[in-house]
Design a protein around this ligand. Structure first.
Ligand code: ADP
Ligand code: MG
Length: 352
């Protein structure tokens, strides 16, 4: 590594080590040394963001720094873990100090909000890409997994769905990589959706409260259908989702009201689009009552919402009629006012 790169690490990434947070050795040696408190297990996750694949090449550096940490913290939240430490491997095409300062400002704004320490990483030269590995703590045996959903459990989400997918559609359109069929796209009130895509809030505060209440949990990165299917497959059950109960943001509702986004399209974004990073969890009706009481006592906490959107209905096998229909997500039935709605075959196609 060149002297320039050591300077970069010192100047941008190395901050005073907070030893009280379990960091015996942080940035500056060959490894970080961490102390795991007794009675806890380590939750570890890694996500890479590659230029041109996971983000647009001209993305704002602040937002890229923020989001590369946010998607990792969201994975810790999905396990009910408390976020503690993070490492950052960054590959840069060149040393652009203004860009680096903004990237770090976004990264550390979010890290500081949740008391997460950067404990190491790697800095290399090449096409822009970022790999973050986040580490958190769960009480031994208490992690929320994908495999314990039970028949009769309710399905809940932690916030509005569909905005991230619409934000991505707007960005794709603006970049010229696609052309829209929908003329009204041009007049959409775009910023709220782009913000939802680029400044997602990891649901770490809610996640801690779900431990002991939720039976299973996942974060929605690839879309409700896809991620709920993961829970259903692992838990060997199937589900009903009620479209009229899907939480949509004020921004989305206002576009629907103005006739610029058809209601059905909004459901498509909410169900099949990704990038919402809300938590999706299952919980027994009795525990949901208790959880709601608990959430009420946290009135001064922002970012604590819980919307019921469906129910776990049967254990295991998919009926043969459903298989014949070749549904993409055969374990989920979408209903609107008790009537089945086919969100699969009508496609996910707002572009020419
Ligand atoms: P080594 O060659 O022993 O792997 P490096 O020279 O790559 O170590 O890095 C020196 C120190 O700086 C290490 O402690 C490493 O974890 C840390 N580091 C390097 N790049 C980053 C980064 N982007 N963010 C945080 N820490 C980093
Ligand atoms: Mg070394």
């Amino acid at each position: 590594m060149s002297k320039g790169e050591f300077d970069i690490i010192k100047r941008y990434f190395q901050r005073p080590t907070n030893q009280s947070d379990g960091v015996v050795i942080g940035i500056g040696d060959d490894c970080a040394i961490l102390t795991i408190p007794e009675g806890h297990q380590l939750a570890v996750t890694t996500d890479s963001l590659v230029s041109g694949v996971h983000f647009f090449e001209d993305v704002d550096a602040y937002r890229l720094g923020y989001k590369s940490l946010a998607v990792n913290l969201s994975d810790l939240a999905a396990m009910g873990a408390t976020a503690k430490w993070v490492s950052l491997a960054i590959t840069l095409p060149s040393i652009d100090e203004v860009w680096l300062a903004e990237f770090c400002r976004g990264f550390f704004d979010l890290a500081d909000k949740y008391n997460v320490q950067l404990i190491g990483g790697d800095t290399t030269k090449g096409p822009l890409s970022i790999t973050v590995s986040a580490k958190g703590l769960v009480k031994t045996g208490q992690a929320l997994t994908r495999q314990q959903a039970q028949v009769g459990d309710l399905i809940c989400v932690s916030g509005c769905l569909g905005d991230g997918a619409l934000g991505l559609a707007i960005k794709l359109l603006a970049s010229g990589s696609v052309v829209s069929k929908n003329e009204d796209f041009a007049v959409l009130n775009k910023q709220a959706f782009i913000d939802a895509l680029e400044l997602t809030e990891p649901r770490l505060t809610l996640a801690k409260l779900l431990v002991g209440y939720a039976s299973s949990c996942i974060d929605i990165s690839d879309g409700l259908s896809q991620d709920l299917s993961h829970i259903l497959e692992k838990s060997r059950c199937s589900a009903e989702v009620y479209l009229q109960d899907l939480p949509l943001s004020d921004a989305m509702l206002s576009e629907i009201k103005l006739g610029r986004i058809p209601q059905f399209q909004a459901w498509q974004y909410a169900v099949n689009g990704g990038d919402d990073y809300e938590l999706l969890f299952t919980i027994s009706p009795e525990k949901l009552v208790l959880l709601k009481e608990l959430l009420k006592t946290q009135a001064n906490e922002a970012n604590l919402a819980c919307f019921e959107i469906g129910k776990i209905i049967t254990a295991s096998s998919v009926s043969s009629t459903v298989c014949l229909e070749k549904k993409t997500h055969p374990l989920i039935t979408f209903l609107h006012q008790q009537q089945p709605v086919d969100l699969d075959s009508s496609g996910w196609d707002h572009f020419k």
